[in-house]
Design a protein around this ligand. Structure first.
Ligand code: GLY
Length: 599
């Protein structure tokens, strides 16, 4: 029986009788989890780290260390990924989460590749008209109502699904670093303080969120102070000891649903009980004598990235300056065409037929390439007359590999930074506002470039289209690149550029991650360049070709791992945000510390 069916049964019996705690003091764990302390070894930690014993690269130093500790104790890449994901939910609340969702790709040492879809799902009561007013027009208040935008969180179900099949260490042990970070606290890094400040209005609107991120005088939390989260620690402890059911059918589901209902949202406890994370078949494409594995719909990156790379692979670009005007122009044109297809065809595959094979057919990719004019920018309006919907701006990606070559590429999100800013009193974690990733209204175009193509319209129990693009590139079954990024629709182009530089141009790992980036998404018809990073001459020539140039301070944050020709793993933290690579420099005997093998 699928997990959700088992849960429905359990929920029917249990929910009515459950006493929902109003504060963390009422949370009780059935068994006490083991106390986690860092093993007495040195980890290698930095922006660029080399190791043969495994690697974790994430946006946060404490989270990378948590995963690397699990590797040091002989845990595999999936174990380390689970520990890293839960640690990020504590130390990187901008996007790390248990209230959101994501996608994970797993590559085994034997060359098998699996994908977990733990995307958030719309409530049963959601429908096509959810963002419309009585007269059928777009209701902008509904479109941005954080309570209406909460989807059923998928993270705990997704991590647990991966653990059931691939985990080698006990589930509760893998949550222990996160529990400790929440219970004992951690020193707030400058990035978190800056992001809280930037989001202060949204975060101050919800009492439990305000209590967490502001002091008694209402000042946002500062870098260098200690952030302790006992309520989150209690929730994590319950999930560690009781498993996902406490989240999906127990008091956590009920408390979230009650709070959302009280504030006019549509999410209910039975939506939690019906949730299932899903195994999906990764999209496999052959490129540069290797295999690229990407996430299928409801992600769009697994289609768009091989389209972009397939277009670029048809040119002889090896000897040409990668930040010069020719490569920049062709790359922008490839992005423009991939995003046209994304807007028109992609959505939740459980709701409409998605022509993935046709979109990746070599003839289609060749025709995309043939339509590129090397001397002129194509006007997006001549490719297709409709613009695409806006995407989210905050997400986080981490990459993991263990000493046996098992790899995990995981991207997870709350949609915007800190989701909709909602923390339910007593629970300590932020809720996503992911359902804003649905198109607003069928056929509607507005000044920001939104559109309502059918495949991604809202619907009951549907998953919104995502740009998250966790990716793994391997040759002969051996993993060579693990990458992904946050950044809404820019994710796709960030991942494409990292892979382009590594697998088509053969560049050194730090160059692949740190080099200047660009972004084109068809509509708005403009080419986004990272500010102050592109040569003046390139910009001038792009303008002469007819590109409208706009600038952004940074594009993406690609926490990546590469394998070099000596079989060494190179972890590269993306300097644009705060990426950290961590690697064990010793592997302890199994069970040496607390990390006992799974029974
Ligand atoms: N919310 C960002 C994405 O899924 O693409």
């Amino acid at each position: 029986m699928p997990l959700s069916a088992r849960r429905r049964l359990a929920a029917a019996c249990a929910l009515a009788a459950l006493i929902v705690p109003t504060g963390c003091e009422q949370v009780r764990s059935k068994i006490a989890p083991p106390q986690f302390e860092p093993p007495k070894i040195t980890l290698d930690v930095g922006r660029r780290v080399e190791s043969e014993l495994g690697m974790v690269v994430s946006i946060d130093e404490a989270a990378s260390r948590a995963g690397a500790w699990i590797l040091a104790e002989g845990g595999n890449a999936v174990d380390a990924a689970i520990a890293t994901a839960f640690a990020l939910a504590v130390t990187h609340p901008q996007a790390g989460n248990i209230g959101g969702g994501g996608f994970m790709i797993i590559h085994t040492p034997e060359g098998e590749v699996d994908a977990v879809d733990y995307r958030e799902t719309a409530p049963l009561a959601f429908d096509h008209d959810v963002f419309l007013d009585e007269r059928g027009g777009l209701d902008r208040r509904k479109r941005s109502d954080p309570f209406l935008l909460v989807g059923v969180p998928g993270t705990i179900a997704g991590l647990h699904l991966a653990h059931e099949k691939y985990g080698s260490r006990s589930w509760n042990v893998l949550l222990q670093p996160a529990i400790d970070l929440a219970q004992k606290g951690f020193v707030v890094p400058p990035l978190l303080a800056a992001d809280v400040y930037a989001n202060r209005e949204k975060l101050a609107m919800h009492p439990a969120t305000r209590n967490l991120f502001f002091d008694a005088q209402g000042r946002p939390i500062e870098a260098g102070t200690r952030l302790v989260q006992p309520e989150l620690a209690s929730v994590l402890r319950a999930v560690a000891t009781e498993g996902p059911d406490v989240f999906y059918t127990g008091w956590i589901a009920k408390a979230v649903a009650q709070h959302v209902e009280n504030n006019g949202g549509l999410l209910r406890a039975n939506d939690f009980a019906r949730y299932d994370a899903k195994w999906r078949k990764p999209i496999r494409t052959e490129i540069a004598t290797g295999e690229l594995y990407g996430m299928p719909p409801p992600s769009s990156g697994g289609v768009a990235v091989p389209q972009i790379l397939g277009i670029l692979a048809g040119y002889q670009l090896g000897a040409i300056d990668p930040v010069g005007p020719i490569v920049a122009h062709i790359t922008a044109e490839a992005m423009r065409r991939a995003f046209r297809d994304r807007a028109h065809y992609l959505g939740d595959p459980d709701f409409s037929a998605i022509p993935v094979a046709d979109l990746l057919n070599q003839k289609h990719i060749d025709s995309m390439r043939e339509s590129i004019d090397l001397a002129r920018a194509t006007k997006s309006g001549t490719l297709w007359p409709e613009p695409v919907p806006a995407g989210g701006t905050e997400t986080t990606h981490f990459s993991v590999i263990d000493r046996n070559g098992m790899a995990v590429s995981n991207t997870t999100t709350l949609e915007q930074q800190f989701g909709g800013g909602i923390i339910v009193g007593g629970l300590g974690f932020l809720l996503n506002n992911e359902l804003g990733d649905f198109n607003a209204k069928a056929g509607m175009t507005d000044a920001r470039g939104n559109i309502g193509t059918a495949a991604n319209l809202p619907d009951s129990s549907k998953r919104p289209l995502s740009s998250m693009t966790p990716s793994i590139f391997s040759r002969n079954g051996k993993v060579e690149v693990i990458t992904g990024s946050p950044g809404g629709r820019t994710i796709i182009n960030t991942v494409a550029q990292v892979l382009f530089r590594r697998i088509l141009l053969g560049q050194e790992p730090t160059q692949c991650v740190w080099a200047p980036r660009m972004h084109h998404q068809w509509f708005p018809d403009q080419l986004v360049l990272e500010r102050d990073r592109w040569p003046e001459q390139t910009i001038e020539q792009l303008k002469q070709r007819g590109h409208t140039i706009v600038y952004r301070d940074r594009l993406g944050s690609a926490q990546s791992i590469f394998r070099d020709e000596y079989n060494k793993f190179i972890g590269v933290g993306d300097r644009r945000r705060d990426g950290w690579a961590a690697a064990p420099n010793i592997i302890l005997p199994a069970g040496y510390y607390v990390n006992k093998p799974k029974k």
